[in-house]
Design a protein around this ligand. Structure first.
Ligand code: AMP
Ligand code: MG
Length: 520
């Protein structure tokens, strides 16, 4: 175990590609390079709020000392570090947005563990970079707490994600117009240190293709495969690689749907080339099951990034990546075929996942009807998704003999509204059919329940809980924050049942509890 500040960093990305080494932080276009040197801007008073023991252990890091906290706040750069911001582009809300880049993310370097695994360490909110455009390169405590806790929560849920090592407050106020209504206010600033094998996005490849920098594009593709997909070799490696990205992305979205996660800003600059959930902004877990729910106020007109749209948007984004890779192919047919294969891939994974949520031994062809009936019922009645599935696992197989009322009573605590006669009849029909199907399982009830317990989280990090923890932190009280930090580690257990509740009424329309803006 070592202290962070004594780590000797590798810098294979900066050493492999052309970069703008001027160190100039003024906003500008940077053609011809994949990154720009960007030193973090020091802050006034770094103070450690959160430290992820588990991530630290994986990185071989001992508890942070004062020098480490300085480093996590951007106040200390050690000689082996070559801090930089990456240049990428992207499609935002369906439109080409040109160069974006790490406007407030600075990679410090690559840490290699004793087992040989490489992790990129990146500060988010450490000051301006050449890609900050008109913004300040900073992050507020509110959004930093959200990224820190949620990326760890997702990891413990088993969803592919970037990780968070630390959360520090900076002591410097940051001006934000949270509601985009002309009433900007100062909020406390903070920095998250996040880690991933790589933060490369679809947008990194789109940038090079759009500038017609084909040598750099080819080099970046070869490098990504060699470093991050080393099992892929041979003449067809680029298409094999693309197939794997498609598969990983489909898996990531299926996992989001399993746990009820809505990303909220699925722009191509927020799509990881490794199939990780990346860039936690105005995300949310579903409380009520509403496939049209989007947590992002900016997304309201079109609901492009609503819960139920995510699988389709992922395919659209993969299409953008395919477009960026197409100059490397003499004929684009193989790319088109892979994109077309996405749907089969997704639906197979989706029904498998749903089968697990329902505790089916396997998904038989006739089960698709039952799974779809669940989907229709949930969308119609909009119970609390998480609580509904918990109650489903608590069902006694013989409950149907108690009639309609017994079943309605069983699910009562998951409903946000009164059920109509039709809703009640539909629930009875659905559960009766479901229990018949469960009886036909070729495995014991215990095994079926075990599958359900692993597929259905019990504790989820709801936005209203985050909102309360953030408010408390801003008032100097970290009790709830620390409790949530523990609870996210055990999402499938009943240890934190004090947090297993529907969203309370007071949180229905409150900003930060249901809807969020991108202002962070
Ligand atoms: P996002 O919607 O968070 O993925 O951000 C889109 C783009 O805006 C990225 O290039 C970000 O780096 C940039 N950006 C967002 N917030 C800031 C900020 N406060 N300062 C500088 N750049 C930012
Ligand atoms: Mg982003």
């Amino acid at each position: 175990m070592k202290n962070l500040h004594s780590i000797i960093f590798n810098n294979s990305f900066t050493e492999s590609f052309p970069g703008d080494l001027s160190g100039d932080l003024h906003p500008r276009q940077t053609p011809g390079v994949l990154y720009s040197k960007a030193l973090p801007t020091p802050v006034t008073k770094p103070s450690l709020i959160g430290w992820s023991d588990e991530v630290a252990l994986g990185l071989g890091l001992s508890n942070p000392d004062e020098e480490d906290v300085k480093m996590l706040a951007g106040n200390l750069v050690t000689p082996s570090m070559q801090p930089y911001s990456a240049c990428y582009a992207g499609h935002q809300f369906g439109n080409w947005a040109g160069q974006l880049g790490d406007g407030r993310a600075i990679t410090l370097g690559e840490l290699t563990t004793s087992a040989g695994k490489v992790w990129e360490i990146q500060l988010k909110g450490a000051g301006p970079t050449p890609y900050s455009r008109r913004a300040d390169g900073r992050a507020v405590l509110r959004s930093s707490v959200r990224e820190y806790l949620m990326s760890e929560a997702m990891a413990h849920l088993g969803v592919p994600t970037t990780r968070a090592l630390s959360l520090v407050s900076t002591g410097d106020p940051v001006l934000r117009d949270m509601f985009y209504n002309g009433h900007a206010e100062y909020e406390p600033g903070a920095i998250v240190a996040r880690v991933a094998p790589s933060f490369l996005r679809f947008g990194n490849y789109e940038m090079l293709a759009s500038r017609n920098e084909l040598d750099n594009l080819r080099k970046l593709v070869d490098w990504t495969i060699a470093i991050h997909y080393p099992h892929i070799e041979g003449e067809d490696k680029v298409i094999t690689w693309f197939k794997e990205i498609v598969k990983r992305t489909a898996f990531m979205v299926t996992e989001w749907l399993r746990v009820g996660f809505v990303h909220g800003v699925m722009n191509t600059d927020n799509m990881s080339i490794l199939g990780l959930t990346i860039d936690y902004g105005p995300y949310s877990f579903l409380d009520a099951y509403d496939p049209a729910f989007t947590p992002n106020t900016t997304d309201l007109p079109g609901r492009r990034y609503a819960f139920g749209q995510q699988a389709g948007v992922a395919q659209w984004n993969l299409g953008c990546l395919a477009g960026a890779l197409s100059p490397l192919f003499p004929d684009t047919k193989p790319l088109v075929e892979v994109i077309e294969g996405y749907e089969d891939l997704f639906w197979t994974q989706y029904y498998h996942m749903k089968g697990n949520k329902l505790g089916l031994d396997k998904v038989r062809s006739e089960d698709v009807v039952l799974i779809d009936q669940f989907e229709t019922f949930l969308a119609q009645v909009q119970p609390d998704m998480t609580i509904f599935y918990q109650l489903l696992a608590d069902l006694e197989v013989e409950i149907a003999s108690g009639g309609r009322q017994a079943i309605i009573k069983h699910f009562q605590s998951s409903f946000y509204q009164l059920l109509t006669d039709k809703d009640e009849a539909d629930l009875f029909d659905l559960i009766s059919k479901y229990l018949e199907r469960i009886k036909a399982n070729n495995c014991t009830r215990e095994i079926s329940l075990e599958v359900m317990r692993k597929a259905n989280p019990r504790f989820i990090l709801r936005n209203y809980l985050l909102h309360q923890a953030i408010q408390d932190l801003q008032n100097g009280n970290n009790e709830l924050f620390l409790k949530l930090e523990k609870a996210i580690k055990e999402p499938y257990s009943d240890k934190f049942d004090e947090f297993v509740n529907k969203r309370p009424d007071w949180a229905n329309e409150k900003a930060g509890c249901s809807m969020l803006s991108c202002s962070s």
